[in-house]
Ligand binder design. Structure first.
Ligand SMILES: Nc1ncnc2c1ncn2[C@@H]1O[C@H](COP(=O)(O)OP(=O)(O)OP(=O)(O)O)[C@@H](O)[C@H]1O
Ligand SMILES: [Mg+2]
Length: 376
C-alpha cells in the first residue's frame, strides 16, 4: 500500500438522495492503491449505496467519483475499472465453476485461448483449480464464495468492490475466509473496498476504515486509530466495547489548565482542559475501555487515578481472560477485563463483595456525543 501515490478512488462531496430521503450526505474520502478499505456502519447507513455509486450502478445526486484520476460521470458500470462481488453472491447453478468464471469474458468475445488462460489464472488465485469442472451445488459455501471472487478478479479490475462478502457464510468459515481474502488481496495487489456492518471483520481485515452513520462519515482511520482515538461516542461504542459515563456538569478547575467534569456514576473528575474536545455537539461522555479498568480492594494512592466504588457482579468467562461486571450505585455498571488468574480469584469471592474499580486519567477518553458539527 502506498500512502503518497495518488488515490485509486476519490469520492468527492458525494450526496445521494432518494426522493426526500438523504442516504449519503457530502461524503469525501480517498482510497489508496493496494489497500483494503472498509466501509463500516450499522444497517441502513448507506454503505451499499456508496459502493454502488462507485461501481456505477447508482448515480450520485451531487459530487464526483474519480477512479485512477478519471471522472466517472457518465461512464457506465461495465466500462469502469472496478468489479463488484455482491452481498448475496449469485453464481449460475447450471454452469461449471470454470464457465461461471469465464462468463464475463465470453460476453466480451475474447479469443478462446485467452479466456482459458485467464480463467485458469483466476481459479489458481482462489485455490479452485481442481474444482473447475464442478457445478456450484457440489461446492461448500466458502468455495462458492471463491467462485464469485474469481469471476470478479478474472476481469483484472483496478479495484474490487465487495458488499458484505462473508455474510452468507457461517461463523467459523467467515473467520477463515477473512484471512483468505487478506492473502488474496496481497497476492493480486488490487485495492479492495469491503462493505461490512461487522466491526470485528473490518478491524481484522482492513488497512483503513470509514465509519458511516446515517449517511454521514463519522471517522476515517486505521483500525488502531479508531480504537485508540475514536472521535466521538458513536465511534467509541461501535468499535470494540467501552464503558461510558454521561457528563452532567462542567465546572472550572482550580486553574485554567484544569476542568472538573461531573457524572452521576463517578462524581466529579478533574481533567486537563487541553483534553476537552475542540468541537462536536450534544454534550460530553467519559469513556474507558474494559482492559484499562483495574480492580482493587481500596482506591489507589496515585493522584492521576480515577476510582469508583462498587460491588462485584457477574464474571463472564472468555477463555484466557474474563469480563467482570462491577455494579455501581444508582444501577449503572461497568466492565473490567481481567486475567484468567484474577477471574479465578473473583469467582471465589462472594458475588456482591465490595470492590474498587480504577483507571489512569490518561486512559480515559473525553468524547463529544457527535463529532460532526451540526449541519456541516
Ligand atoms: N433505491 C432506493 N430507494 C429508496 N431508498 C433507498 C434505495 N436504496 C437504498 N435506500 C435507502 O438508503 C439507505 C441506505 O441503504 P443502503 O443499502 O446503502 O444501506 P447499508 O448501509 O448497505 O445497509 P445494510 O447493512 O442493511 O446492507 C436505507 O435507508 C435504504 O432504505
Ligand atoms: Mg448493504
Amino acid at each position: 500500500m502506498s500512502e503518497t501515490a495518488p488515490p485509486i478512488i476519490s469520492v468527492q462531496n458525494v450526496t445521494k438522495r432518494f426522493g426526500s430521503f438523504t442516504a449519503l450526505e457530502n461524503i469525501t474520502l480517498d482510497i489508496r492503491p493496494g489497500e483494503i478499505f472498509a466501509l463500516l456502519g450499522p444497517s441502513g447507513c448507506g454503505k451499499s449505496t456508496l459502493l454502488r455509486i462507485i461501481a456505477g450502478l447508482e448515480t450520485a445526486t451531487e459530487g464526483h467519483i474519480m477512479i485512477d484520476g478519471q471522472d466517472m460521470a457518465g461512464i457506465p458500470a461495465n466500462k469502469r475499472p472496478v468489479n463488484m462481488v455482491f452481498q448475496s453472491y449469485a453464481v449460475f447453478p447450471h454452469m461449471s465453476v470454470a464457465d461461471n468464471v469465464a462468463y464475463g469474458l465470453k460476453l466480451e468475445r475474447l479469443p478462446k485461448p485467452e479466456i482459458a488462460a485467464k480463467v485458469e489464472e483466476a481459479l489458481a488465485q482462489v485455490h479452485l483449480s481442481d474444482f473447475a469442472h464442478r457445478k456450484p451445488d457440489q461446492l461448500s459455501g466458502g468455495q462458492r464464495q471463491r467462485v464469485a471472487l474469481a469471476r470478479a478478479l478474472v476481469k483484472r479490475p483496478k479495484v474490487l468492490l465487495l458488499d458484505e462478502p462473508l455474510s452468507a457464510l457461517d461463523a467459523k468459515l467467515r473467520d477463515a475466509m477473512r484471512l483468505e481474502l487478506v492473502k488474496l488481496q496481497e497476492s493480486v495487489g488490487v485495492s479492495f473496498v469491503i462493505v461490512t456492518h461487522d466491526q470485528s471483520e473490518a478491524l481484522a481485515m482492513a488497512d483503513r476504515i470509514a465509519v458511516l452513520e446515517a449517511g454521514r462519515l463519522r471517522q476515517l482511520d486505521t483500525p488502531a486509530g479508531l480504537y485508540k482515538q475514536p472521535v466521538d461516542r458513536f465511534v467509541a461504542d461501535f468499535i470494540g466495547s467501552i464503558n461510558m459515563f454521561a457528563v452532567i456538569g462542567q465546572h472550572d478547575g482550580a486553574t485554567q489548565a484544569e476542568t472538573t467534569l461531573e457524572t452521576a456514576e463517578l462524581g466529579r473528575v478533574r481533567v486537563s482542559s487541553a483534553r476537552l474536545p475542540a468541537s462536536g455537539q450534544g454534550g460530553l461522555v467519559l469513556a474507558v475501555r474494559p482492559e484499562r479498568v483495574k480492580l482493587a480492594d481500596a482506591p489507589p494512592e496515585s493522584a492521576d487515578a480515577i476510582a469508583v466504588a462498587g460491588h462485584l457482579g457477574d464474571v463472564a468467562f472468555q477463555g484466557n481472560s474474563s469480563i467482570a461486571e462491577i455494579l455501581l450505585a444508582g444501577g449503572a455498571s461497568l466492565a473490567a477485563l481481567v486475567s484468567e488468574k484474577e477471574a479465578d480469584r473473583l469467582m471465589q469471592a462472594e458475588s456482591g463483595s465490595p470492590v474498587t474499580a480504577w483507571w489512569r486519567a490518561d486512559d480515559m477518553l473525553i468524547l463529544p456525543e457527535n463529532a460532526l458539527s451540526s449541519g456541516g
